[in-house]
Design a protein around this ligand. Structure first.
Ligand SMILES: Cc1cc2nc3c(=O)[nH]c(=O)nc-3n(C[C@H](O)[C@H](O)[C@H](O)COP(=O)(O)OP(=O)(O)OC[C@H]3O[C@@H](n4cnc5c(N)ncnc54)[C@H](O)[C@@H]3O)c2cc1C
Length: 501
């Protein structure tokens, strides 16, 4: 197991390990994987050096916003996989699934009371900020949070960046010193750890762990008090499925990524964002797969830290284009959310963008739609409706169409605040990769964040606009439209604004 760089470890409760504790507790909240995980490396290192067993505690509550079969199933897929994998090791696993709101309350502090030290994930994905606060309130036990979010440690930059170009320049200067610090690929192989004999009976009795049968059954979600109107899709969560998708992408599509990624008919992008979102796949692992395919070494890095998109890595054009998304764009958003916890509020838009959008609030909109009409794909625009249907049914939208999708919501609502609410609601309810720092990056990009001013136009002001007509001209869409521009009644799921049954 590897020593974790100090810059990735944050002290939440400053206390030395408690000798009388029975185990090291790793509360897995965001980096939900058993490989390529700095927090797991750190917890294993502590357990080994203290001569204690390791207990991994992974839970899912039913009380989070947009809790639905779709989001829950993704988490349960990963937990089922962890249960099976850890049953063959000396690491103990406690998977807990709330059956009713609040039933998990008290479990973390009860486990922590028997622990000698607590490790958790340092991440700002979705509700993780609140989970970190909960970990920071634990009493009488030391707690550390470990950052596995990206290739650049969250704390390597002390500020946010207003554009990808500025962040890229920063990366060119700062990333090389961190590239050698990857988490272990297989930390659980050849483990030499004590095995936890048992957990206190009262804990197991009050908070019974999810069984293998529950975690493996796709029926289990239907028994939980969450929104069943957003169904699970055929997409499968967990590291095995994520790794298979990664290998398939690198083998078959990476060489064409530069030309094909923007064309819905060509299926040129990786499709990895949901696994990255749930922490089932690590950006370090994705990076490693790319450098293996390229036969790359850091000696090929350019010395010119000029913020340009191409040429810095010394890789092929498609590999550089892909890494620009995976590292520059993804980590721009992660860094932003780490430094701006309120970044998902309308007021967090750059001033120029807010001013120009508000200058045009009174402009005549040719069409406006309610949230329900948007959700039901009931606009006048076949292409927009097709993208919305894909979102509702498959839980994803092709990236190019996702930009158009957002730009049209901005155009077809009365006020940019309303546009923001509609985008957040639809993206986070239906997209499997939703509720992520990238959700905020994408949605706020639609409204001007990380972008520059463009020639002024009605409704958009100086914020970049997009049209369905030019999209139809620029990208291959024939098969996409044949599949998704289906106007039959019932071709899309009904929208349930209450969000829970
Ligand atoms: C309105 C809107 C909403 C969005 N909501 C989300 C969201 O909820 N979750 C999400 O992960 N992404 C979101 N994005 C960004 C982008 O659409 C997706 O990351 C991308 O389409 C995922 O597909 P992929 O994995 O095939 O990407 P690839 O092209 O294969 O890229 C590889 C990885 O790079 C990252 N990436 C790619 N494009 C972007 C981008 N523009 N910004 C930040 N990171 C990027 C993702 O982690 C992605 O998996 C949104 C964009 C817009 C315009």
């Amino acid at each position: 197991m590897r020593k974790v760089p100090a810059i990735r470890i944050r002290q939440l409760v400053d206390a030395p390990p408690r000798a009388e504790g029975s185990f090291v507790l790793y509360w897995m909240t965001a980096t939900r994987r058993l490989e390529w995980n700095f927090a797991l490396d750190h917890a294993l290192h502590l357990a080994k050096s203290l001569g204690k067993p390791l207990l991994i505690f992974e839970a899912v509550s039913v009380a989070y916003p947009w809790a639905s079969d779709r989001h829950h199933q993704a988490l349960l897929d990963g937990m089922g996989e962890h249960r099976e994998a850890l049953s063959h090791t000396s690491v103990a696993y406690y998977p807990y699934v709330e059956r009713r709101r609040g039933s998990g309350r008290g479990l973390l502090s009860s486990l922590a009371a028997s622990a000698c030290f607590v490790v958790t994930d340092d991440s700002l994905v979705f509700l993780n900020g609140r989970l970190l606060q909960a970990a920071g309130r634990l009493e009488g036990v030391g707690v550390q949070a470990v950052d596995s979010c990206g290739l650049l440690p969250l704390r390597a930059a002390e500020r946010t960046f207003t554009a990808a170009y500025h962040f890229r320049r920063f990366l060119h200067k700062s990333l090389p010193e961190h590239l050698g610090d990857a988490p272990s690929r297989a930390p659980l192989s050849q483990l030499d750890l004590l095995k936890l004999a048992s957990l206190p009976e009262p804990i197991l009795y009050r908070w019974s762990p999810a069984s293998a049968a529950e975690l493996e059954s796709r029926y289990f979600v239907s028994t939980l008090p969450i929104d069943h109107s957003v169904a699970a899709t055929s997409w499968v969560g967990g590291a095995a499925a994520g790794r298979a998708a990664l290998n398939g992408f690198v083998r078959d599509r990476l060489p064409r990524y530069f030309e094909d990624r923007n064309h819905p008919d060509r299926d040129g992008a990786s499709g990895l964002s949901p696994w990255l979102h749930y922490g089932h796949l690590s950006s370090h692992e994705v990076f490693q797969a790319v450098i293996d395919a390229e036969g790359w070494s850091p000696l090929r890095l350019s010395e010119k830290a000029d913020g340009r998109r191409n040429g810095w890595w010394g890789m092929s054009e498609p590999a550089e284009a892909f890494l620009d998304q995976l590292i520059t764009w993804r980590e721009l958003g992660y860094g932003y959310s780490a430094h701006q916890p309120d970044g998902a509020r309308y007021e967090a838009l750059p001033e120029w963008a807010r001013n120009t959008l508000e200058d045009h609030v009174a402009d005549r909109r040719e069409y406006t739609y309610s949230l329900g009409k948007f959700a039901g794909a009931e606009t006048h625009d076949d292409l927009w409706n097709a993208a919305q249907r894909q979102l509702v049914q498959e839980g994803r939208i092709h990236n190019y169409l996702r930009m158009l999708w957002g730009k049209k919501i901005l155009e077809w609502t009365e006020h940019p605040r309303e546009a923001l609410d509609v985008m957040i609601e639809l993206n986070n309810r239906y997209a499997i990769d939703g509720r992520d720092p990238n959700s905020d990056s994408g949605i706020f990009w639609v409204m001007g964040r990380f972008d520059r001013g463009w020639p002024e136009r009605p409704v958009f002001g100086k914020v970049r606009s997009m049209t369905s007509k030019s999209t139809r001209r620029k990208v291959d869409l024939e098969q996409y439209l044949a599949k998704w521009a289906d106007r039959r009644p019932g071709a899309h799921a009904a929208y349930d604004p209450r969000g829970r049954p």
